[in-house]
Design a protein around this ligand. Structure first.
Ligand code: G3I
Length: 460
């Protein structure tokens, strides 16, 4: 059942100002569109994806699932993959001694946010505990260890996970089997055995083989294709293939959709499981535009194939990406920047999922209203009210130009300066903040003679 999803908005103060004069009354309002870089601007990606019958996921780090990171992870995605927390080295660092804390935390967060969980990963050559990799095992012992590991972990989350990346990265680039603890010790059939054990432990979880550089049609993806075909023919429980998709800027394979389709035609689902698109740093607007096009191409390919289950990004923010640690000089690979501002790639994903607009519209406005409170033969008292609805300000400045020689003599609740006819009033130290739905006012005395027309006010 869906529980609450929080959305919060980060306001860009004073981004754009438009003055408007309302004729016939002593009031002038200046409109300020304020809003919206917000990480939840527009329809959340998860709702767009759901409307297309797709899943959109992100890899997450359990300890970060609070604040803005938690808001985005819970609000924009309908699937989570633990980036590291379910790997063997994480859950059983010492033989027989288990640590499920982060994995449990992620599953609980997902359930609280009506999200699926994609388990990652049961059989891999990397991030295994040292007691396992340093041990000397007979074939029977190794097989028993693997069966116990799979059975224990899959059983723990039985009925709670949508899918498991059962086997991770089994192939070399040329399509031969990777030389690993598992292949060397158990032979190629470790893959079928792992799938069979996982299925026995949780018949409802969808079971995947997951690899990188298998996004396009090539020797490696063809080896994976042949394996899946033979597993299906043997009746081994295989439900899907995961295309990791750790891509490089401008290099989305042209055969991506064709490749997804050929797996689908075998009768399995296809998921893009670890999408990121890295660029040489620093990023710039040209690279970010290319990245947006690349993200869109990947999502478009998935949307185009019915059996493409969905797309998971390998971390949604550049502050939580593995890329800079591993590819020196590269980064900026995710849809949100390091400060959680959505990048052009975010808009491109939304557009691919039917969001329709690439620029989120303003969500609200702040106005400044000038009025004359009282007037006598040589002077008057004026007031400006700044009010926000659907937006907020952290500081403000109001400007106008007098048309009949008026001069400010005194101001309160603002610092006003006048140069010739031009007046500029900025917030005092204590009233710069105007919350959504709130207002502040400041006042002033001024001199006039002849006439006292109301000026046009701008907020900016
Ligand atoms: O947890 C320790 C921390 O205590 C220590 O201070 C720190 C010092 O380096 O290391 C931390 O562990 C790191 C771990 O990520 C958690 O952040 C490891 O060094 C680091 O090697 C590990 O990297 C992970 C990588 O898999 C390992 O191969 C990445 O986070 C993770 O995103 C990445 O994910 C893989 C997928 O599982 C499979 N496909 C490729 C993908 C990218 O490599």
């Amino acid at each position: 059942m869906r529980t609450s999803r929080t959305r919060s908005f980060r306001i860009r103060p004073l981004r754009r100002g438009v003055a408007a004069l309302f004729a016939g009354v002593l009031t002038v309002a200046a409109l300020l569109a304020a809003g919206t870089t917000a990480h939840a601007a527009g329809t959340p990606l998860r709702d767009l994806a759901a409307a297309k019958g797709k899943v959109i996921g992100t890899a997450v780090t359990g300890s970060k699932l609070t604040g803005t990171y938690g808001d985005i992870a819970g609000g924009q995605f309908n699937s989570l993959t633990p980036g590291n927390a379910m790997k063997w080295g994480s859950v059983e660092p010492t033989r027989g001694s288990f640590n499920w804390a982060e994995a449990d935390q992620i599953v609980a967060f997902a359930q609280a946010h009506d999200q699926q969980v994609r388990g990652h990963t049961l059989v891999w050559h990397s991030q295994n505990p040292s007691w396992l990799t340093n041990g000397t095992w007979t074939t029977a012992e190794l097989s028993g260890l693997l069966q116990d590991h799979i059975t224990t972990e899959v059983t723990r989350y039985k009925g709670e996970l949508a899918a498991w990346d059962v086997v991770n990265e089994p192939f070399n680039e040329d399509g031969t089997y990777r030389s690993t603890l598992w292949y060397n010790g158990l032979g190629a059939d470790y893959i079928a055995q792992a799938l069979t054990w996982a299925h026995a432990a949780d018949p409802s979880a969808k079971l995947y083989i997951n690899d990188y550089n298998v996004e396009g049609v090539n020797a490696k993806s063809t080896a994976l294709y042949d394996l899946v075909k033979s597993l299906k023919a043997r009746g081994v429980p295989i439900d899907g293939v995961g295309l990791q998709a750790h891509l490089i800027l401008g290099q989305v394979p042209g055969t991506l959709q064709q490749n997804i389709q050929r797996f689908a035609d075998l009768g399995v689902d296809v998921a893009v499981t670890e999408l990121d698109i890295r660029m040489q740093l620093p990023s710039d607007s040209t690279k970010l535009a290319q990245q947006a096009a690349d993200y869109k191409a990947v999502f478009d390919a998935c949307v185009a194939v019915t059996r493409c289950y969905g797309v998971t990004v390998w971390g949604f923010t550049d502050s939580d990406s593995w890329i800079p640690d591993v590819f020196s000089g590269y980064g900026a690979a995710t849809p949100y920047d390091e400060n959680y501002a959505p990048k052009p790639a975010y808009d491109a994903i939304a557009a691919s999922l039917g969001g329709g607009t690439t620029t989120p519209p303003p969500t609200g406005a702040c106005t400044a209203t000038y009025s004359v409170q009282s007037q006598w033969n040589t002077g008057f008292t004026g007031q400006v009210r700044i009010a926000c609805s659907g937006a907020a300000l952290s500081s403000w400045k109001v400007n106008w130009t007098y048309g009949a020689g008026q001069r400010i003599t005194q101001a309160w609740n603002a610092t006003c300066t006048q140069s010739g006819a031009a007046v500029s009033c900025a917030n005092a130290s204590y009233n710069g903040s105007v919350p959504d739905g709130g207002s502040v006012t400041f006042g002033f005395n001024a001199s006039w003679s002849g006439s006292n027309p109301v000026p046009t006010v701008t907020l900016g």
